[in-house]
Design a protein around this ligand. Structure first.
Ligand code: GLY
Length: 371
């Protein structure tokens, strides 16, 4: 098992990565927190697959003194909404949940963000644990306390920072993850590789040749990403000095792609994979990066999106309009670009023609799309 400590001033928390962790560190952590009630926030598919193992482990440790309630909602970004949040508040209130209790966010990025925000805001804040069940959530979204919901047309428009008491990533659950979800998580792994750690890209390639969730390779990859994330959050918890913002590599393009597809056709990591290739192309066109950067991105990322079909109705013009719409709304259009692998920079303005050509070229190469 790998244990990473995320230090935040005089406080901090542990990020555990390994196997069999529900029965060990998770149960022990909960015993230490001594809640009267555990709110298991999840979605039905995850509960069906892994809920009984989790609940048995918790019951075993808490010797029946702690009651458990479920708050479930359907999977999908469209459910990271005010409506789901309101349902959550009502469910907790009706069950008499107090600030002494604990919310356990058991799922992928959507569950972690929504359950984390529910915990942050209900009764002015209750303690919560992140127990991620997707690769993407294990390497990125469960760490660092960014929680929130979407508003129509505006991803993550409402939220706050609320750090969990611990993050427990049990890789035993990854075996049931659909292939596209695995690839989506690997795109986030690649992001850490491009930003900070070229060796991680080699580890990713070697793992991909076998794609085994047995052995230690996947644990090492997740722990290494979690270590990078923890260090970034330690330095810039509130995302104000431009260090945490680097984690948005590929996201300015990626969010526009997700939005142009209505958040349905592309997984987050798939959009970010395309976005990182667009960013690499833009960095080359801008002259900031030497040639070869896009080639490296293609080698790593193309296999991860090879089985993804062109989203119906996706048009270059719509992607560009979404980027422009963000700009008009007053959101600064910042791009994270690489001068070279391991050398990221934030660029506050990028020539519109370069943006257009980067989007056009990557969509054409990937799906043969003309404008
Ligand atoms: N996923 C980006 C961040 O946590 O800042």
């Amino acid at each position: 098992m790998a244990g990473i400590v995320l230090r935040l001033g005089s406080e901090g928390y542990a990020i555990h990565v390994g196997r069999g962790l529900y029965e060990t560190v998770l149960a022990q952590t909960l015993v230490g927190m001594d809640p009267a009630r555990i709110v298991l926030a999840s979605h039905p598919d995850i509960l069906e697959l892994h809920g009984s193992r989790l609940e048995d482990a918790l019951r075993g440790m808490t010797a029946g003194d702690t009651s458990m309630m479920h708050f479930t909602f359907p999977p999908g970004e469209e459910n990271k909404s005010l409506l789901t949040l309101e349902r959550g508040y009502v469910a907790l209130l009706e069950a008499g949940v107090t600030r002494e209790d604990v919310v356990l966010a058991f799922g992928g990025g959507v569950v972690g963000d929504l359950a984390g925000f529910l915990a942050a805001s209900y009764m002015r804040g209750v303690r919560y644990l992140q127990v991620p069940t997707t690769l993407m959530a294990m390497v990125d979204s469960s760490i660092g306390g960014k929680v929130g919901i979407d508003l129509p047309g505006a991803k993550n428009a409402v939220g706050c920072f609320h750090q969990p008491v611990a993050v427990v990533s049990d890789i035993g659950v990854l075996k049931t993850l659909p292939q596209r979800e695995v690839n989506s998580g690997l795109a986030e792994v690649a992001k850490y590789g491009f930003l900070y750690d070229v060796e991680l890209l080699s580890m990713l390639r070697i793992w991909e040749s076998e794609r085994s969730f047995e052995g230690t390779a996947i644990e090492k990859i997740i722990a290494r990403c979690a270590g990078h994330k923890a260090e970034v959050v330690r330095q810039d918890e509130r995302d104000v000095i431009g260090i945490r913002a680097l984690l948005n590599y590929g996201h300015t393009f990626g969010h526009a792609l997700e939005s142009a597809c209505g958040y349905q056709a592309l997984r987050h990591g798939e959009a970010v994979a395309l976005g990182m290739m667009m960013a690499a192309r833009a960095a080359e066109m801008d002259g900031m990066a030497a040639g070869g950067l896009l080639e490296l991105h293609r080698d790593v990322l193309m296999p991860l999106i090879a089985q993804v079909e062109a989203p119906e109705g996706l048009e270059v013009e719509v992607v560009l309009r979404r980027m422009l719409a963000d700009k008009k709304r007053g959101r600064r259009q910042r791009f994270v670009l690489l001068e070279a692998p391991g050398e990221p920079r934030i660029v506050d303005s990028l020539d519109e023609d370069i943006v257009r050509r980067a989007v056009e070229e990557i969509l054409r190469e990937t799906w043969g799309m003309e404008r």
